[in-house]
Design a protein around this ligand. Structure first.
Ligand code: ADP
Ligand code: MG
Length: 690
């Protein structure tokens, strides 16, 4: 079994070599087989210069015509080659030994492989590899394409190739087990595993290199689908396990209806649908695991409140986790307004509480006197013990902590009670990405905004217009609107970041002393932040100059103008989040994206997307295309999203296919599913922890 053969069993792998291989994630022989080439060189045919394309890597043959030493800016050896058809190409060497120069004697035949470029004096190749050919000797061409592998320092192509060759020889002796069902391979027209691996390590000249380059070759697709099926199956099994656990069932609640009738608005159809889905989950004796996606302003908070009532009504506690203190405070306000009149006490934990106050609150949580408790993620991680926690609502906004989801139920005094979990996010996640990143969750989407909202109008302007925009903003504020001015993170330092906002705020105050300007950034203490936010909310401030701390969930409906500086540096999803702070009232809102010229083509295209649409899903799809899944999810740590071969961006279309086959295989081929897991995940983990 190649999965058990350690790499040290191969020729040429000692301790040192093994260490380097481990760096590449290679531990056993089987890993080498899944270590696929980055690209290939074609040395299977000679190319005539007349038909060659500049930029391509080609193999040519010719006789040496002349040789010169160029003493230009860099000394170099220039060898001119004439091909059979009479075309010339110059070989350029910057590093060479005198002996090497002597070798290139007039009239000798040489076979050369390199990238064809167009130089000052016609075609050239820089540092090609070459081989002298004796005129009467027949030197056969390669019969397969030459793979180029990812390597690491101190481990060259040649050594890697030798190792792979050994691994392939072993593969031929003891092929890997085929784990995908025959009917899948037939239906999707994909090759067998062993065949696919051989093709990718040693493609034949007849294999379509262009297809391979674009990852469209059936051999690649076969591996991609296998890896994705494994990932989807793992998610589905995780979810099934969770579904078997016991959780308290909360029956439908009358109190919930009481809140509904007292609201000054009616739920949108989308809100009603999502609420039903949640209520249904909560009434089951198994833990809900649900992700609610709803664009900024779609009204997720009221849904959370209505759901919380269902648990609180029968005496269970509900924890509501917000990503920041500002947001926690805002939730507190909303929940107080909605739940207190119904006799449900709302409590909160915050970082600014005095020790005694906090201790008192903790005690209330522990005795069960506090029923609905709001706090930040961080606060709930501290030493909180719940009396009877039955439901956790996580408002992640765009900040995900998949790893943080989890184990709150362990904070229950009775650790056997599992909690229902509802995760709310304002990040529109493209469907394929959601399936992968949140495949263990059920998904609800609030795909409708409350009526009467006017789409925000967005303009994209050069930073040169900065002062004019400031003047415009002042005039607007004098007419009674409120505005945000956002200075995004330019330096990694929180300090410089804060300073940029400070400078802008004082610039406003200098020029327009009667403009009421507030400043908010990450270096302010929680208390100060809350003061500024409140003043803005109560229209004691006209303008709020802020760093990107503002993006999470701030709700001030009277604010209808937002300026974002250096917009070109922010991701589309983040811009969308920021922009969502306006457009919350009845007034027409405007957003100005300022950029630092010159703007690249893609930069321009990206900002134009922001101008053209306010549809978060469209924006997220574009962001996924441009920046990849890590950025769309707002975190670099996309735990569980690292693949060996598959790429969520490139292979998105395969994800739904993999999902379907994973469910089929779990039922029909459970042993293969276990073996797949062992193949794609098990090994790696075992060895890393060894
Ligand atoms: P988000 O989904 O971004 O968290 P919020 O829950 O903060 O959005 O809701 C934004 C605003 O819309 C709040 O003032 C909320 O009270 C209001 N709202 C929510 N649902 C409706 C509705 N169906 N009709 C009108 N206004 C609503
Ligand atoms: Mg919200």
């Amino acid at each position: 079994m190649l999965a058990q053969h350690p790499l040290t069993s191969l020729k040429g792998v000692g301790e040192k070599q093994f260490e380097k291989l481990q760096k590449l994630g290679l531990f056993v022989v089987q890993d080498l087989l899944f270590h696929l080439p980055l690209r290939y060189q074609d040395k299977t045919r000679l190319v005539e210069l007349s038909s060659a394309q500049v930029g391509g890597e080609i193999l040519i043959e010719g006789t040496i015509f002349s040789q010169t030493l160029s003493q230009g800016r860099r000394r170099s050896l220039l060898v001119t080659l004439q091909t059979e058809s009479g075309h010339f190409v110059t070989l350029r060497f910057f590093h060479f030994y005198p002996r090497q120069a002597q070798q290139f004697a007039h009239g000798k035949t040489v076979r050369v492989f390199g990238e064809l470029r167009s130089g000052h004096n016609g075609l050239e190749m820089v540092h090609p590899s070459y081989e002298f050919i004796h005129p009467d000797q027949y030197v056969p061409l390669d019969s397969t394409l030459t793979p180029i592998y990812p390597t690491t320092e101190g481990l060259g192509q040649a050594s890697m190739l030798k190792l792979i060759k050994q691994a392939i020889a072993l593969l031929k002796q003891s092929p890997l087990e085929e784990l995908l069902p025959q009917k899948l391979l037939v239906q999707l027209q994909l090759p067998l595993l062993n065949q696919a691996l051989l093709t990718l390590h040693q493609p034949q000249p007849s294999d379509d290199l262009r297809q391979i380059k674009q990852f469209q070759h059936p051999a690649q697709q076969r591996l991609i689908i296998e890896e994705l099926i494994n990932q989807q199956a793992a998610m589905q099994q995780m979810r099934a396990t969770e579904k078997q656990r016991n959780a308290p069932a909360f029956p439908p609640s009358q109190t919930c209806n009481a809140l509904l009738t007292s609201l000054p608005f009616e739920l949108t159809f989308a809100q009603q649908r999502v609420l039903k889905e949640i209520q249904n989950d909560l009434s089951q004796p198994h833990p809900m695991q649900r992700l609610v996606q709803g664009d900024v302003g779609s009204g997720k908070t009221i849904i959370a409140a209505l759901a919380a009532i269902q648990a609180a009504d029968v005496g269970y506690q509900v924890a509501i986790m917000a990503p920041t203190e500002i947001l926690a405070e805002q939730h507190l306000e909303a929940f107080n307004e909605w739940l207190e009149p119904l006799g449900i006490p709302v409590a909160w934990l915050n970082g600014r509480m005095k020790v005694a106050e906090k201790r008192e609150m903790m005690a209330q949580i522990e005795t069960g006197a506090a029923r609905v408790i709001i706090g930040t993620h961080a606060l709930f991680q501290e030493a909180v013990t719940f009396h009877k926690l039955g439901f956790v609502i996580i408002d992640e906004q765009h900040r995900f902590g998949v790893h943080q989801r989890l184990s709150l139920h362990e904070k229950n005094r009775d650790k056997d009670i599992h909690t229902h979990q509802l995760i709310m996010t304002a990040t529109p996640i493209p469907r394929t990405l959601a399936m992968t990143a949140y495949g263990d969750l059920d998904l609800s989407v609030i795909d409708e905004l409350p009526p009467g909202r006017k789409p925000i109008e967005t303009a994209v302007l050069s930073n040169e217009k900065r002062f004019e925009i400031m003047e415009h903003l002042y005039a607007k504020c004098k007419q009674g609107i409120q505005a945000y001015w956002v200075c995004p993170l330019i330096e990694e330092s929180e300090l410089l970041h804060a300073q940029a906002a400070e400078v802008t705020a004082s610039l406003f105050s200098e020029h327009w002393p009667d403009l009421r300007v507030g400043l908010i950034h990450g270096r302010l203490k929680g208390e100060q932040k809350a003061l500024v936010m409140n003043a803005f909310k109560q229209h004691q401030l006209d303008l709020l100059v802020a760093t990107t701390v503002i993006e999470v969930g701030v709700n001030v409906p009277n604010a209808s103008l937002m300026i974002i500086e250096n917009a070109e540096r922010l991701g589309l999803a983040q811009l969308h989040q920021l922009r969502g702070r306006v457009g919350r009232g009845r007034k027409q809102s405007h957003c100005v994206l300022l950029y630092q010229a010159p703007l690249s083509q893609t930069g321009k295209a990206r900002l134009n997307i922001m101008r053209e649409t306010t549809d978060g899903f469209k924006i997220a799809e574009e962001d996924l295309k441009i920046r990849g899944p890590g950025e769309v999810l707002g975190t670099k740590q996309t735990g569980g999203l690292e693949f060996r071969i598959a790429d969520l961006k490139r292979d998105a279309e395969w994800i739904p296919v993999a999902k379907t086959w994973a469910s089929t295989m779990i039922i029909e081929f459970p042993e293969q599913i276990d073996a797949l897991n062992e193949r794609w995940i098990g090994q790696k983990i075992d060895y890393q922890h060894a």
